[in-house]
Design a protein around this ligand. Sequence first.
Ligand code: AKG
Length: 231
Amino acid sequence: KEVAPLQYLRPGMVLLKKFLKHDDQVNIIKCCQRLGVGSGGFYTPGYKDGAKLNLRMMCLGKDWDPNSSSYGDTRQFDGAHPPNIPEEFGKIVQDSIEASNEFLKQNARAAKAIEEVPALSPDICIVNFYTSSGRLGLHQDKDETEPSIDKGLPVVSFSLGDTAEFLYGDGRDVDKASKVDLESGDVLIFGGKSRMILHGVSRIKPNTAPKWLTDETNLRPGRLNLTFRQY
Ligand code: AKG
């Protein structure tokens, strides 16, 4: 079995480069395209003051409302129920956590501690689509339940399409944040000691999606990101 290169970014944070296989990438995009035009599909979220987020969003499993920073079973603005998380997505999430733990065990000495990413039963997936001008400010994912956050249950993120410049760190200063490219097929996991890191997307790099992916899915220029969490 081919082993994907894994990168240890900091305690609790692992990047699995090109972990999503060719067929997985195509299937995930096609599935999001199908769900995205159905009830509960993509919309442009906005805040009460009229500011719009610089992306299109769809929630699976539960709805996350950026205005109230809370989860619910239906969307406030149209009453739609979020579609279920497709089973095959959940399987890839489990596989990615197992792969991270294998890697962490092998690298225990380098990391100076034995760490494990806690298992996750994702019941929420937020799907974001960024066009080339899309971005997302530094923030923490803190609207899940206290037990979920206290246990450090990870956020698992899939990247598809164009590459994102992803920022992460402990403070709100963008200039001091660390930077890593998230390319199509990459899976990023942050849990444990990194569960509350500040993170965001500073830019999307145009024309970086693999050609085979856009050919096979007709994905428009931009980036699709899925983040799985447990409420
Ligand atoms: C979020 O949905 O909370 C994110 O931070 C998404 C990050 C990304 O697009 O890589």
